[in-house]
Design a protein around this ligand. Structure first.
Ligand code: NAP
Length: 283
């Protein structure tokens, strides 16, 4: 069997066309969805991420503003900026790029963002909403994974989904989203014993670890769906995921590549969340 590739670029293009149309409809009512991206310091990877996010907004007809600050910015000043953005009517979504310099308490900054503008879905209120099935913003990466499963018409009901990784931004929310769709969910982490015995039982595997080859072909049940969230570099410095793509694609029914899989979906879901924040604010 050779797996079908779930193409994150193609799906993103489709979803971004829908975002652009909905943004246009809002604009005709006098509301332009707006995202503020706040970057503190000069982390090179973060600079690329924020540029991509701002460009994606522009391409889909969303207003975006990039606020860049020196790494020496104080926590109090950053909190004051977030508070100002909370009250800015042109801004519907606020994203503070992580990681923040070590002298700033990142959780405190996240909690300062108004839950109504928490388009990253990291606020404790957003986490609580996801946990209880209430309306709120879902973290973009696992939300993108759910859209990928939806795009192949996958019915999660009664299926065994295994999530490898339990971070607050990917693994845990991923598990809750899968549970909400009636999957039986197992969450694995660095203390999990015999990972292979668990993944071999899975109908769906989401790898979100940040280590190459965490999932190899011998760990995958034939026909399973494999989503690779990981972003790593191989010996040649090329971007790769957590999954041994070449091996696993011979066993799985569907697989996401890296690059061109979950990555573009993450930014797309940020646009979707921003649009939704604007729609909610305008109702
Ligand atoms: P993280 O906070 O470092 O979490 C990694 C998780 O993997 C932890 O829960 C850890 O377990 C677990 N783990 C580590 N080694 C393991 C092993 N050998 N077996 C099983 N579990 C293991 O990372 P993250 O923020 O969730 O990100 C995970 C990966 O996704 C990274 O490569 C990141 O760059 C990537 N990512 C990609 C996107 C995207 O848009 N494509 C977005 C976000 C993240 P413990 O909890 O026990 O330590």
């Amino acid at each position: 069997m050779t797996a079908q590739i779930i193409d994150g670029n193609a799906l993103s293009k489709l979803l971004r066309t829908e975002v652009a149309a909905r943004a246009q409809a809002l604009k005709s009512k006098g509301v332009t969805p707006g995202l503020a991206v706040v970057l503190v310091g000069d982390n090179p990877a973060s600079q690329v991420y924020v540029r991509n996010k701002v460009k994606a907004c522009e391409d889909s007809g969303l207003y975006s503003v990039l606020e860049k600050y020196e790494g020496s910015m104080t926590e109090a000043d950053l909190l004051a900026r977030v508070e100002a953005l909370n009250h800015d009517p042109a801004i519907h979504g606020i994203l503070v790029q992580m990681p923040l310099p070590s002298h700033i308490n990142a959780q405190k900054v996240i909690e300062a963002i108004s839950p109504a503008k928490d388009v990253d879905g990291f606020h404790i209120a957003s986490a609580g909403a996801l946990m209880t099935g209430m309306p709120g913003f879902w973290p973009c990466t696992p939300y993108g994974c759910m859209k990928m499963l939806e795009s192949i018409g996958y019915d999660l009901k009664g299926k065994h989904a295994v999530v490898i990784g339990r971070s607050n931004i990917v693994g845990k929310p991923m598990a809750l989203m899968l549970l909400q769709k009636d999957a039986t969910v197992t969450v694995c982490h660095s203390h999990t014993q015999d990972l292979k015995a668990i993944t071999l039982q899975a109908d769906v595997i989401v790898a979100a670890v940040g280590k190459r080859n965490v999932l190899t072909a011998d760990m995958v049940k034939p026909g399973a769906v494999v989503l690779d969230v990981g972003m790593n570099r191989n010996e040649e410095g090329k971007l790769c995921g957590d999954v041994d793509f070449e091996g696993v694609k011979q066993v799985a029914s569907h697989i996401t590549p890296v690059p061109g899989g979950v990555g573009p979906m993450t930014i797309t879901m940020l646009l979707v969340n921003t649009l939704e924040a604007a729609e909610r604010a305008s109702n």
